[in-house]
Design a protein around this ligand. Sequence first.
Ligand SMILES: NC(=O)C1=CN([C@@H]2O[C@H](COP(=O)(O)OP(=O)(O)OC[C@H]3O[C@@H](n4cnc5c(N)ncnc54)[C@H](O)[C@@H]3O)[C@@H](O)[C@H]2O)C=CC1
Ligand SMILES: O=C(CO)COP(=O)(O)O
Length: 332
Amino acid sequence: MTRVAVLGSGNWGTAFAMILADAGCDVMMWARRAEVADAINAGRNEAYLPELELPARVRATVDPGEALERAGVVVLAVPSQTLRDNLGQWGDAIPGGVPVVSLMKGVELGTTMRMSEVIAEAADIEQDRVVVVSGPNLAPEIALRQPAAGVVACRDMATAERVAAACATPWFRPYTDTDVTGAEVCGATKNVVALASGMAEGMGFGDNTKATIITRGLAETTRLGLALGAHPQTFMGLAGVGDLIATCMSPLSRNHSFGVRLGRGRTVAEATAELRTTTEGVKSCESILTLAQQHDVDMPICEQVVAVIRDGHPASEVGPRLMSRDLKAEKH
Ligand SMILES: NC(=O)C1=CN([C@@H]2O[C@H](COP(=O)(O)OP(=O)(O)OC[C@H]3O[C@@H](n4cnc5c(N)ncnc54)[C@H](O)[C@@H]3O)[C@@H](O)[C@H]2O)C=CC1
Ligand SMILES: O=C(CO)COP(=O)(O)O
């Protein structure tokens, strides 16, 4: 039986812990706050997923050393922008040789590094044992054990297979892959596209508009990914199209909900205060745009999301700006 450490006891850490337990693993979670660890040990993470009754195999502690002790797999589920700090605090306690799984969907501000790169650098982990899990996996639906699939990507296929085996259940189906870069670019960028899709919804636009944003969002995600060396097929898969559809259309997505508020005229500060949760695209839009500029990649939707979020432009200006650009061929 695999013992898994899940570092981060928020929405996705908790839902993924349940997947692992359902797949037969013993799970030890690390929580920042004692009341969260206590609640998990009592069977329910009241602060994040109160409706979910956790399997008895899921336990929690506030001591990262205790969580990581004897772990055969380590899973990281913290916000992208705090990951480096988190690893600074407990990265040394990660056991040697075991797979380290990133559940994060973001790009680090300042460095423009993907999460696997931050993990490798900050915790001195070989890239061959860094694994990325991505796909259309909204935590509240996962917590209800609704059928879903995801991608488990690692440069080393045998390591991807090992992690896939640790999280395969009758209702969660992991597909293995070796395209870590593609999975990460998809996961981070779809949050930015979901902000744009949410803005459109908040302004009262319907499904044609959202489908247009999703499809053109996929085009710019693909351009960025290919420039970074990703495999073209990844963008058509679960981490690409799959997660774009889920996140851009679902009211359960925090990025989508944040965008809806902006579309209704709220400021970034107001939307942040209303939602009070991790909304990765709000920070990563800027680092993704910088990454695109570094690689001379055109990302007009991302550019407009940055104009609204960083520069305070009204969401109502996004549509006219995108629609009035020079006409071009679709496959470009
Ligand atoms: N919630 C979802 O449906 C999904 C989330 N993800 C990704 O998983 C990652 C984590 O997201 P969630 O679990 O939803 O976030 P969350 O906000 O629900 O939980 C974040 C966890 O990180 C911990 N944490 C550690 N250090 C922190 C710090 N300095 N500041 C704030 N929190 C800190 C928090 O205590 C909390 O346990 C994100 O990158 C997100 O994009 C990916 C797929 C699905
Ligand atoms: O990544 C997710 C679903 O796959 C979760 O999306 P949000 O972070 O927008 O809630």
